[in-house]
Design a protein around this ligand. Structure first.
Ligand code: SAH
Length: 220
């Protein structure tokens, strides 16, 4: 038995984590189940590992960040993923978002410009037996033409406008969710739906993401 009042049990921590998600608007049952199934701990290494269950963005390797869980939840919810979907993520980072997508979709492709992040994320996917994710090192602004079109696309780095190749690789009836805006100013999450008549945009909340950069990254 644990009598130390400062020690919070795993079950309590999980309940607090899910409560924080719900209170910030993540209400979709399948999304909450996926987020309950994927432990954020293994995606965070080093100094910040102990803070994995707080609703905060945290630093990861290569000067990047793992997103705030409630933002991951809201973006995932906005994608309205169905079990047959093929999903493309730009910005693998820690791999946490891709792991959640993998619980909801048939197939997930995730791209990052940092080889080291892609390699580390692959190791976690293997350890967690997430076999429907393919992680690729590339400049994701160009999408993944050989696997297009995609039912859903999520970008987890901010561009000034939705990249043209990604819009082109979205299936008709498909949904894309991404932050747009300048990297040093307020960005907004937007949802783009591709219909027979063209693109429909709606704006969600203000956010702050690292910028979508050109070319491959120098690993640090
Ligand atoms: N989804 C991640 C968080 C992403 S942070 C997670 O769940 O942890 C944003 C990531 O986008 C960074 O890892 C950065 O390297 C990557 N990135 C930025 N520009 C990119 C580009 N053009 N192509 C691919 N990845 C890019």
């Amino acid at each position: 038995m644990n009598h130390d009042p400062d020690m919070v049990s795993d079950a309590e921590r999980k309940m607090q984590f899910l409560y924080a998600l719900r209170s910030k608007g993540v209400t979709d049952k399948t999304v909450l189940e996926a987020m309950e199934a994927i432990d954020r701990g293994p995606f965070i290494r080093g100094l910040f590992a102990g803070r994995a269950y707080e609703d905060m963005p945290l630093p990861i390797a290569c000067g990047q960040t793992i997103s705030q869980p409630s933002v991951v939840g809201l973006m995932t919810q906005a994608l309205q993923i169905t079990p047959r979907d093929k999903v493309l993520e730009i910005g693998t980072g820690s791999g946490y978002q891709a792991a959640i997508l993998s619980k909801l979709a048939r197939r997930v492709y995730t791209i990052d410009r940092h080889r080291r992040l892609v390699q580390e994320a692959r190791t976690v996917f293997e350890a967690l037996d997430l076999n429907n994710i393919t992680a690729i090192t590339a400049d994701g602004s160009f999408g993944l033409p050989e696997q297009a079109p995609f039912d859903r696309i999520i970008v987890t780095a901010a561009a000034e406008d939705p990249p043209g190749p990604l819009l082109a690789q979205l299936k008709e009836g498909g949904i894309m969710v991404l932050p747009v805006g300048q990297s040093d100013a307020v960005q907004h999450l937007i949802r783009v739906r591709k219909t027979a008549d063209g693109l429909e945009y709606d704006e969600m909340r203000a956010v702050r993401f690292v910028p979508l950069l050109e070319g491959l990254g120098k690993d640090t």
